[in-house]
Ligand binder design. Structure first.
Ligand code: HAM
Length: 477
């Protein structure tokens, strides 16, 4: 057999780049909704476990958003005197069943619950208000100065249908104020959240409603159910179920036919008791005074059972109808929750929680960039002896408080200067073999490209002086 034939390559077709392959297989609509993990071909028998659906890694390039958000949340919490608290991720399932409500989507369909090895029914927390109320009682916070103001940040879990902005593990940043029934507390929480999001470049609108007392709700539910029963043949199958199990959720349905029925449904505001009405009016007055934009939404009832009086959701302005599942946050008053969990009768409370991933997604969609960190100096080295000396020089800079970056893993000066350019540093220090022997370092002005050779022993002082000049020039006139 001719040699050529033996070694002739097998016909394998044109290699397809990964991204191209995904493009071919992914319907356009789906691509927009879910993040598609890059699948790298694996040798047989060594398949890498995939991420669970609705779970995600937060990679380095997204961390700048997280860091910004975390810092902004901490700043706002400090200004409004909310103190950080951390709850366990796993709690008794009963905590959520009793508070969030047995007939809610969260408890009925979405809770991650299981029996632990000791036979206890436990759940990954689907939210943190219930934990805040439990902690308030457990730690006798009743005896502290009221209201007790808590701030939390952490992962929560719901077995939801994953899509953009909806995950099975997501993070909430939340604020709870327990122990005051004053309307100003509701308003202040809303103003605070509005300002928090504004500080991250997001213009939001708060949708507001009042659902009165549990008694109001009971009478209203009867009224609502009897209205919907007359329209039973016009609503979707889900709503037929809601009509029996949880009529308030009928108002949440996004189906066109159901929205048409909703348009003539009785509104809870007409059923409010005098005190709830006054409370709501006062909250709105405070918001007017603070200049916080809001819109009344008579159909907003929220998907958790513990609320009374004020309820609200925060939306990116203009998004309300469009991405109907994607409120950035929501909250309200829950004056009965502490008592429900065995705490002191009539302990009032109000709070809010925001979805961290949703905020970041909105920032990305609106092309809002976190402020870039200012780096003062980049340190470039050439050759092994320069690396050796460089490790020490780098450390001297780091300890002096001058922000410095390096790329010791890179060999070429070109590659290192590219990184320095990306970091937008005013100066790059260059240390080569010759400079090590001479005891010098080259200082390159990145804007003009001018270079000067300076004494390596005095490099930190020299750079400090230069940077002071840069900083004075930076101050806007
Ligand atoms: P929630 O409306 O169920 O309220 O959730 C608050 C926020 O968490 C939502 O507005 C959304 O941004 C985010 N979120 C909810 N589910 C998901 C999901 N599957 N994927 C991504 N983000 C999600 C509560 O949890 C109440 N505990 C709020 C509260 C605090 N009420 C009083 N105090």
């Amino acid at each position: 057999m001719p040699l050529k034939k033996i070694i002739a390559p097998k016909k394998v077709g044109k290699p397809v780049k990964l991204e191209e392959k995904e493009k071919e297989e992914e319907p356009e609509e789906l691509k927009k909704k879910v993040e598609v993990p890059v699948v790298v071909p694996q040798p047989k028998g060594r398949k890498t476990p995939e991420l669970l659906r609705g779970f995600r890694d937060v990679l380095a390039d997204e961390q700048v958003y997280w860091e910004w958000l975390r810092r902004a949340a901490e700043d706002i919490a400090e200004s409004y005197s909310f103190e950080r608290i951390e709850f366990p991720i796993l709690e008794k399932e009963e905590l959520f069943v009793r508070t969030v409500g047995k007939q809610t989507d969260i408890v009925e369909k979405e809770i991650y619950s299981f029996e632990d090895k000791g036979g206890d029914k436990v759940a990954l927390r689907p939210e943190m208000t219930a934990s805040a109320a439990r902690a308030y009682i457990n730690h006798g916070m009743l005896n502290m100065s009221q209201p007790v103001k808590m701030f939390y940040f952490g992962p929560t879990f719901r077995y939801d249908r994953p899509q953009a902005g909806r995950y099975r593990q997501f993070n909430q940043v939340g604020f709870e104020s327990i122990g005051s029934s004053e309307a100003v507390i509701d308003a202040q929480i809303i103003v605070m959240v509005y300002n928090f999001l504004k500080s991250m470049g997001l213009e939001t609108t708060v949708r507001m409603n009042s659902i009165g007392t549990p008694e109001t709700r009971r009478t209203y539910k009867v009224e609502l159910a009897s209205y919907y029963r007359t329209k039973r043949n016009q609503i979707c199958d889900d709503c037929k179920r809601r009509l029996v199990k949880n009529p308030m959720r009928l108002l949440d349905c996004k189906m066109e036919q159901c929205q048409a029925v909703r348009a003539n449904a009785p509104q809870i505001l007409d059923w409010l008791d005098e005190e709830s009405k006054n409370h709501f009016m006062r909250v709105l007055e405070f918001l007017d005074e603070a200049g916080t934009p809001y819109a009344l939404d008579p159909y907003l009832v929220r998907g958790l059972d513990y609320y009374n009086r004020t309820v609200f959701e925060v939306w990116v302005t203009g998004d309300e109808g469009e991405r109907s599942q994607n409120a950035l946050g929501g909250g309200g008053r829950y004056d009965g929750l502490i008592e429900l969990l065995g705490g002191r009768e009539g302990t009032p409370a109000c709070g809010v929680a925001l979805g961290v991933e949703r905020i970041i997604l909105a920032m990305k969609e609106l092309k809002i960039q976190p402020p870039a960190k200012k780096i003062d100096v980049f340190f470039a080295q050439l050759g092994d002896s320069a690396r050796r000396v460089g490790l020490r020089v780098f450390e001297d800079f780091r300890q002096s408080g001058i922000s410095v970056r390096e790329a010791f893993g890179k060999g070429s000066l070109k590659a290192q200067l590219e990184i320095a350019n990306k970091l937008n540093v005013p100066y790059t220090l260059i240390l080569g073999q010759k400079e090590v022997l001479d005891g010098t370092i080259i200082v390159r002005d990145m804007e003009s490209g001018a270079q000067e050779i300076v004494d390596a022993g005095k490099i930190v002082q020299i750079m400090r002086k230069k940077l002071e000049v840069v900083k004075t020039l930076d101050i806007p006139a």
